[in-house]
Design a protein around this ligand. Structure first.
Ligand code: HEC
Length: 153
């Protein structure tokens, strides 16, 4: 498992064209439109947080690939506020509705989310900066501006 995680990290250093998904993740990708309806980063206003940030949070807060997949499947089946890693999204958009899909399919989707290299959600951050400035939430505007400068140059 550690080796697979390392492989994903190393793959992250290669150009996008060389990124091949595992067969399970390919199957997960075919099912991902069920999630993209809300997790589409181009939507304004968004119905769900961009998967780029969700993936980042799960990578930071799980110990390996299995933990990433299992933790995500458990959440998606029955979202609970105390299990949410994306507290900012919960506060802004409310808790995600449960996805009543069989575990086997959810595992493939989570495997896809683990392996995919989502583009940073630059359009989402640009909109978020404007919105935050309009409502005078300068701390939030500054945070998203920082993400833009760091990942969208
Ligand atoms: C009806 C809209 C909607 C759909 C469909 C949807 N999501 Fe979400 N999702 C949300 C919202 C809103 C949040 C942010 C609040 C939260 O974390 O619960 C979220 C958050 C998440 C999170 C972060 C949870 C956390 O720890 O805070 C994961 C993981 C996730 N979604 C996975 C999925 C997957 C996988 C699918 C498809 C099988 C999916 N979502 C479909 C709306 C949706």
């Amino acid at each position: 498992m550690f080796m697979r995680h390392l492989g994903v990290l190393l793959a992250g250093l290669l150009p996008a064209a060389s990124h091949a998904l595992s067969p399970e993740a390919e199957e997960g990708r075919a099912l991902y439109p069920a999630c993209h309806v809300c997790h589409n980063p181009e939507m304004d206003p968004p119905l769900g947080p961009p998967m780029w940030g969700v993936q980042r949070l799960y990578r930071m807060n799980t110990v390996d690939d299995d933990d990433f997949v299992n933790t995500m499947v458990e959440f998606v089946k029955a979202p609970l506020p105390e299990n949410a890693k994306h507290q900012e999204a919960v506060a802004q958009m409310g808790l995600m509705p449960p996805m009543p899909l069989p575990d086997e399919l959810l595992e493939k989707i989570a495997g896809y989310i683990l392996e995919e290299r989502f583009p940073p959600p630059c359009a989402h951050w640009r909109i978020a900066v404007k919105r935050a400035e309009q409502r005078g939430d300068l701390a939030h505007a500054e945070k998203d501006q920082m993400m833009l400068e760091r990942f969208c140059q």
